[in-house]
Design a protein. Structure first.
Length: 324
């Protein structure tokens, strides 16, 4: 009897371990451990096959030496604004406070995305007209310009077993002249104009376990969120910006999730506020408003806390008490 019980327990433990191994892991790299803070953008997605994707490093990844990064195979940049591509960053994880984040280290003229790609030998996958900009930066710093890869609207690339497609994001996408430098950059800055690298993008990732995830970037409401993201790609997990003012607010973001994309789970992103205190959603916040308005479970990305999602887009671990 004891041998039979042991065998049953071992079988169940093995089955559970195998199921967990098939999950996609999502780890936020925010400003303060265990919190959701105003500058938090960066997420690391880890495919069951081990491929690691850094999405929008922003200002809370402490440069290429941030110990939380580990191996990074792919970097995705939704658009060229400093809080996404990384014009500056904290000097170390957890420096500053949630309400007053540390952004004391300049990443200009390269950007954090480029500096991390150089150090990690990562591919930078972007859409629109961004790839030539990143290729030039890599080349100028001794990197391989071929590591800047294009995935333009309607097409896709597969890198290390993960399929990456770009989708519409309605948002501005100017290149700050400080990334350009020299007389041209100075003249552009004096004139108050930015470089043009085409449209901002969102992403759809298809992982090896079958999970399809929509990363909104910064966007407003678009018809493509229904016809392309839901109907064609059939995304089951969404990362949705909710910060208001610069892109969708909590009510608009909830409409996108409830009526257009209709995923199984949504990760709130780009909240532009102190979203949590002691790991719990702050009452009266935009984050709370989005959770209340969403008809699907909301996973709150607490820095350093890994969440796991199965092929159906359901959170199987790590989403904790901060979600609805």
């Amino acid at each position: 009897m004891r041998l039979k019980c042991f065998a049953t327990t071992l079988f169940l433990a093995t089955a559970l371990s195998t199921a967990q191994a098939q999950n996609v892991k999502v780890t936020p790299l925010g400003g303060i451990e265990g919190e959701l803070c105003p500058q938090d953008r960066a997420l690391v997605f880890e495919d069951p096959n081990g491929t690691r994707i850094l999405y929008d490093p922003g200002r809370t990844v402490a440069g290429p030496n941030d110990p939380r990064l580990g191996k990074i195979d792919i970097i995705l940049v939704s658009h060229m604004h400093g809080d996404h591509v990384g014009n500056a960053h904290n000097k170390a994880p957890n420096s500053g406070t949630c309400a007053s984040p540390d952004m004391s280290v300049s990443a200009l003229p390269n950007s954090s995305a480029v500096n991390i790609a150089l150090a990690k030998k990562s591919k930078i996958v972007t859409g629109s007209e961004m790839p030539p900009f990143f290729a030039a930066k890599l080349r100028a710093n001794g990197g391989d310009p071929a590591n800047s890869m294009l995935a333009r609207f309607g097409g896709s690339v597969t890198v290390s077993g993960v399929r990456i497609a770009t989708v519409t994001a309605v948002h501005s996408n100017g290149v700050d002249p400080d990334y350009i430098g020299g007389p041209l950059g100075e003249a552009m800055k004096a004139a108050g104009i930015a470089g043009d690298v085409g449209l901002a993008t969102g992403y759809v990732l298809s992982f090896s376990n079958g999970l399809v995830a929509y990363l909104s970037g910064d966007t407003g409401i678009t018809a493509d969120q229904e016809r392309v993201v839901r109907d064609y790609y059939k995304a089951k997990l969404a990362v949705m910006n909710i910060g208001d003012g610069f892109s969708t607010g909590p009510a608009e973001a909830a409409f996108v999730i409830n009526e257009l994309v209709k995923p199984a789970t949504v990760i709130a992103s780009h909240v532009n506020e102190v979203g949590t205190v002691d790991g719990v959603v702050r009452p009266g916040s935009k984050t709370e408003a989005f959770i209340k308005a969403s008809r699907v479970p909301v996973a709150v990305p607490l820095s350093g806390r890994t969440m796991e999602f199965n092929a159906a887009g359901l959170c199987t671990a790590g989403c904790g008490k901060a979600s609805n």
